[in-house]
Design a protein around this ligand. Structure first.
Ligand code: BG6
Length: 488
């Protein structure tokens, strides 16, 4: 094998999950409701819906959750869990009761790292209490101890597309400055309790997606440039305060940023297409410029000026942001986008050079090498691909799942990462393949959009034995890890 495919000895191979899609036990252990707990499943063509009840009349109903749209519930309606409705996040695939079995499977594959998230509402059920929920803390103690048994390094997201529902209802989520304080308290509890069990932390999953889904990313029901900018600012301040807190409690830990990144290609060599692509990439890069670079970039300040956005800030904010940037960058990268100045309103055009998944996501392994270079050149900080993978429908034949399509996708991804390391010199900490075990899809709430190397017997309505079955990709990834990426 040539040097092109050599991975560092200490490269952290592993898999990724998130509590709201994986953990389940949604009403157990003193946990409060999270935003996603009151969302139904959707499909490729149908949005997920928030269910609600009118406390005065008892009327119940559904409101669709659409990207770049405010969530407006009828008057007097409150989000609620309804009888006879299935809520994918409440059940996940029941890691809550299967964590020992699942971690043993991860260890069998040879995982060095295990990305998961702590469910904020399991620690602070309402979000604004003074004291944490001890039962929730004990659950994660057990999980981290189990990982330790196999020498697997946890990578923990503190807020992965969920926050206590009460914070949205009482404060409008991150648009309220008080949420910074609640998050600080939460971070302090996590760092104090787990400082000797968890080294790597991520603050907010895909923070840049706030511009598409302010409710899911930041608990903000209103979709407006002002509301989004203000909430993002509060998250930036919280991120800086989290890094500061970590330094005070135990500087051996590391706090990373988590960005959803997709390279954006101009459709043609028309310079206007390239300018549009540059602007679209900034939609994501703005977040790392602040959280990692430590400053508000000029292009964003100009955009705010044009849109009449005025931030409410406190004197210390910008100094905090400058002094306490994130120490590494975790990012998700699944696909690339394509834009044309002739149709600027279209956020993504079909790229004639690329195939697409069944869910219409481009299959573009080069997007990893491009992203790794873009982010490394810009910030010179270590990078971690914390999500990458292929969502596809699997078929079980005689108790086996032959998922060559997934192996092909992941093989090309690993090659692209190897090129960034060996040809370009990018510093990469690890790769955690998304949904290494089948979990609920974040976008559609479906189960049939599977990313796993391990199959979970459950359907879109939550029916099934929950049995875990190793797919062909399980054995493939085991071989890749054992050979340090030289046997692909
Ligand atoms: C990322 C999220 O956007 O993509 C995950 O961080 C999500 O939570 C993943 O599951 C894949 O998206 P989807 O919609 O296919 O689950």
């Amino acid at each position: 094998m040539t040097d092109t495919f050599r991975f560092p000895e200490n490269f952290l191979w592993g898999g990724a999950t998130a509590a709201n899609q994986y953990e389940g036990g949604g009403m157990e252990g003193g946990k409060g409701l999270s935003i996603c707990d009151v969302l139904t499943g959707g499909s490729k063509t149908r949005s997920r819906q928030m269910t609600w009840i009118n406390r005065t009349t008892g009327e119940t109903g559904y409101t669709a959750l659409r990207p770049r749209t405010s969530l407006v519930l009828p008057e007097n309606a409150e989000p609620a869990v309804l009888d006879n409705e299935y809520y994918p996040s409440l059940k996940g695939v029941d890691f809550y009761h299967h964590y020992k079995e699942d971690i043993a499977l991860a260890a069998e594959m040879g995982f060095k790292a295990f990305r998961m998230s702590v469910n904020w509402a399991r620690i602070f059920p309402q979000g604004d209490e003074e004291e944490p929920n001890e039962e929730g803390l004990q659950f994660y103690d057990s999980v981290f101890d189990e990982l330790k048994k196999y020498d697997i390094e946890p990578l923990v997201t503190m807020c992965h597309y969920e926050m206590p529902l009460a914070l949205t209802l009482r404060y409008g989520g991150w648009s309220d400055r008080r949420v910074v304080g609640f998050f600080e308290r939460y971070a302090k509890v996590l760092f104090t309790r787990y400082q000797h069990k968890v080294k790597y932390w991520l603050t907010f999953n895909e923070i840049d997606n706030i511009a598409n889904f302010p409710l899911i990313c930041a608990g903000v029901p209103e979709y407006s440039p002002q509301a989004i900018a203000q909430a993002a600012h509060h998250m930036f301040v919280a991120s800086a305060k989290t890094v500061k807190l970590k330094n005070e409690i135990n500087p051996d830990m590391m706090v990373g940023q988590m960005l959803a990144y997709m390279p954006v290609y101009g459709y043609s060599c028309n310079p206007k297409d390239q300018l549009l692509a540059m602007e679209r990439e900034r939609d994501a890069l703005f977040f790392s410029d602040v959280q990692v670079g430590g400053f508000y970039p000029a292009y964003k300040l100009k955009e705010y000026e044009r849109n009449g956005v005025v931030l409410e800030t406190e004197e210390e904010d910008f100094e905090l942001i400058r002094k306490y940037p994130c120490e590494f960058i975790g990012f998700s990268c699944y696909k690339s986008m394509c834009v044309s100045s002739e149709e600027p309103e279209k956020r993504n055009l079909k790229n004639p050079y690329l195939k697409e998944s069944e869910w219409g996501w481009t299959i573009d392994p080069d997007c990893l090498r491009l992203t790794l270079n873009e982010l490394y050149d810009r910030y010179h900080k270590p990078l971690w691909i914390v999500e990458n993978g292929l969502g596809a429908e699997d078929t079980v034949v005689d108790g086996k799942i032959h998922d060559d399509y997934r192996i092909d996708y992941l093989r090309d991804s690993v090659k692209s990462i190897a090129q960034a390391i060996n040809l370009d010199g990018v510093e990469v900490i690890g790769l955690t393949v998304w949904g290494w075990i089948d979990i609920i899809s974040a976008g559609t709430g479906e189960m049939k959009k599977r990313y796993g190397l391990v199959y979970v017997d459950m359907d879109d309505e939550g029916r099934g034995s929950l049995k875990r079955i190793r797919k062909d990709s399980f054995w493939w990834y085991q071989k890749v890890i054992r050979s340090h990426g030289t046997e692909l």
